[in-house]
Each structure stands twice: as C-alpha cells, then as structure tokens.
Design a protein around this ligand. Sequence first.
Ligand code: B12
Length: 424
Amino acid sequence: MRPGRYHRPVRVLLVSANTERVNMVALPLGLGLVAAATRRAGHDVTCVDLLGAADPLAAVRDAIRGARPEVIGVSVRNIDDQCRESPRFLLARVKEVVDECRACSAAPIVLGGAGYSIFPEEALDYLGADLGVVGDGEVAFPALLDRLRRGVDPAGLPGVVVPGGGTAQPEFPRDLDDLPLWDPSLAAVADPADPDLWIPVQSRRGCPNDCSYCSTARIQGRAIRCRSPRLVVDEVRRLGAAGFRRFYFVDNSFNIPESHALELCRHLATIEPRVTWRCILYPHLVGAELVAAMAAAGCVEVSLGFESACPEVLREMNKRFLPEDVRAAVALLKAHRIRCMGFLLLGGPGETRESVEASLAFAASLALDALRVTVGLRIYPGTPLAHRAVADGVIASEEDLLQPRFYLAPGLEPWIHERLAGTR
Ligand code: B12
C-alpha cells in the first residue's frame, strides 16, 4: 500500500481460507477476533468466510472487487488433516486463494492463524505472501497496519514475519480481557437453526502441558492466559440471546487450571434458558467437584485424549497422567451423563504390538460413547518428537515438515492396519 496520512483508516479484507468440514464445522473464531480488534483500531474491515462459498475463488474475487482492500489478511487454520495413511495437504487450496488475491489486487497479503504459526517461514514461502503474523493477531496485526500506512519497515515488530527475516517472536498479550469479542454473523455458515453447528468460545489460551508431539506452544505459548469467566459467560449469554444454543470450548484443556474451570461453570449455570456445550479435557485432575459443576452448567460431551494405556508410551509422550486417572475420569463423566469421546494416538516412540493391544483393550473396557484411533504422530518442528524422529532416522535434521511427515514406531506396519480394520 502507498503510505498516507498518519491517522487514515486502512481498508482491510480478511479472508478465512478454511473450507474443510472434516470432524466438524469450525467457524473462523480467530479471524473474527482479529477483525474485531482491527475495527476497534479504527480500520475499515470486510470479512469473507470461504467455508460457505460454492466457488471460493469467485468469492475472493467478488470480495476484492467490493472492498478494494489496501491490505489483505488470510487466516490459515489447517495445514493438513493429520492422517498418516492418506494425508491431505490442505495448504494447497490456501495457495489457490493467495494466488487469486495476488491476481486481483496489488495489496500486500498478510498470513496468520493456528496452522500458519507452526510454520511461519515455510508457509510464507510456499504461499508466496508478503508478511505473516505468528501467535495472537489482535495486537500484532493492527500494529502492522499502522507501520504499513506510515510506510515504516515492519521488520522487528513483535509477532511479525518478513520474508528472509528469520524467526519472529510471537505476540501473546497477557490480558485477554483487553481484547474485543467476535461476532459470529461474520461467519458465512453461522445459522442458529443448524443442528450440527457448535459455536466456538474461548476462555483461555496457552498450554503448560508440554506433550512431546504438540504444536500448541508455538501457537499460543506455554503460559495460561484466562479471560474473566464473567466476560466469557456474558458472551455466551449474548450469543444465546441471538439464538445460538450449542457451544464448543476451544480451550486446549478445559480443566486446566481447575479454579478457572469451576468459576466458569458456576457462571454458565446461571444462563437462562440453559445452553449446552462441549469441551476438551486433559485426563489429569478431573475431579468430582469439577465434573458435577460441568454437568450442572450444561456440558453434554467431552473429548478425552488419553492416547495410550501404556505407562511407558505415556511417559515418552510426556503425559502427566496414568491409565487409572483416565478410568476415574470416565467413571465420573458417565455418572453425570456427560458423553465421552476418547482418542487413542498409536505408534509413537516406545509403541509395540503389545502396547497397542493393551491400549485397545483398555479403551474397550471404558465403554466410551465414541473412540477415535489415530495411527502415526504428525511431526511438528521444534518438538521433542521431531528431535526423536531425527535420532531414529525417520526424518533428516534439515527436513521441511510443512508437507506432513509422521512418526511410526518400527515393527508395527503393516500389522497395525490389519489389526485396526473394522475398529475405526
Ligand atoms: C479446538 C480445535 C479443534 C476443534 C474445533 C471446534 C470448533 N468448533 O471450532 C475440533 C476438535 C473439532 C478440531 C478439528 C480439527 N482440527 Co483442530 N484445533 C483446535 C485447537 C485446539 C484450537 C483452535 C481454535 O479454535 N483456536 C482459537 C482461536 C481464537 O485461535 P486461532 O484460530 O489460532 O486465531 C488466533 C491466531 O491464530 C491469529 N489469527 C488467526 N487468523 C488470523 C488471520 C490473520 C490475517 C492474522 C494476522 C492473525 C490470525 O489471531 C487469532 C486471535 O489471537 C487448535 C490448536 C491450537 N491450540 O490452536 C487445533 C488445530 C487448529 N487443529 C488442527 C487440525 C489438524 C484439525 C483437524 C484437521 C483434525 C482432524 N483430522 O479432524 C480438524 C479440522 C476441523 C475443520 N473443519 O477445519 C491443527 C492444525 C495444524 C495442521 N496440521 O493442520 C491444530 C493447530 C492442532 C495441532 N495439531 O497442532 N480442532
């Protein structure tokens, strides 16, 4: 963009590039939050959600024609579907979107999003965009716009990635209460009458559980940052009044820290008429008081990623729980009639045929409402799993992991696929 007067608002187009419906419809909460913060900073923002578009590239063209943007932001949620057997590289579709933006507009293209934050330099290069934002976007993106409109080099700005500029430090604002809330009407498919729709809500960011394979530290950092439960519940109440009755807490682990979860439940229980919600639990310290509070507050289903029932494999994954913790959590959830979806992640370091059998038998003994079994661990850069994969000769040390690569312990293939046939 051409530098202008200091206070001139910038015309911004924000594109949610995700068109994926695998698992469930994931509304573009992150992009919506960036849009709200950018508007608050005084800019002129238009959003386009490609999820609902019959022809995503035509939707991009129309949006550019209508908004005449000076800066285009593209949200990159998924890189791939994390499926080892037949991986789909979802970034290829995002590349088409970026190319279309380039063909229709001279505006600089800025990338951001969960998937992008894992691969800041690699994705910038692959997608051929101009700039990127790692970590939270609400502070970094408006700061970047300010630099662009003043014609000042954005290199060195916290959270901002410039081509060839090396690793940028992510921006993780400490106080989430300072950041504005989103408006689901920005999402193309947000119809309150849609029975499959679960509106995403976020009450905290960051995760202190350094699981050996996980990329979340790059996206949100390790320190937990909580939004005040009262404000979160005000948001749910506001969305409830707009007709939305089902919510999905996208927090990495709803039960950590427990004090925050309990207070949140106490506030959620006051909403009239009652709303229902789902969340993700870490299978450690799932106490009786918390599960009772969750049930009273409208929780109907949890995702419980217990991954394995073998203590050695859990230790390799750096998990802080044991199979007996999982069994106790499931018993409590059942007692409160909360549906329980379990996840096994098989094939990591230390996995053997025996440990696979033990995990499958354990999962069956829990009589879960649903069980998802994944074989092979997606290798993310900078994780202990990536170092282990290099040491074990699974990947080369300099390998680009943008194209999905997986760790599978030796001696399991092809047996494991035959063993699992019919169970997935
Ligand atoms: C909750 C969650 C889910 C839920 C979604 C529920 C729902 N209703 O939304 C469920 C369990 C259903 C799910 C499913 C899947 N997920 Co998921 N999910 C997450 C999780 C934990 C949080 C995502 C979230 O909502 N964050 C909250 C919002 C507010 O944050 P945000 O989107 O990151 O946005 C912020 C910044 O990124 C930035 N930003 C965002 N957009 C933009 C744009 C611009 C221009 C800028 C500047 C900044 C910016 O600013 C925002 C505000 O600070 C992340 C991991 C994580 N910790 O991020 C994985 C994650 C996004 N999921 C991932 C994957 C792979 C999937 C699936 C493909 C798995 C599968 N095979 O089923 C599906 C795809 C679903 C779909 N249809 O797209 C991967 C993506 C990486 C990759 N390999 O592609 C992640 C990163 C987890 C991981 N393995 O590392 N997921």
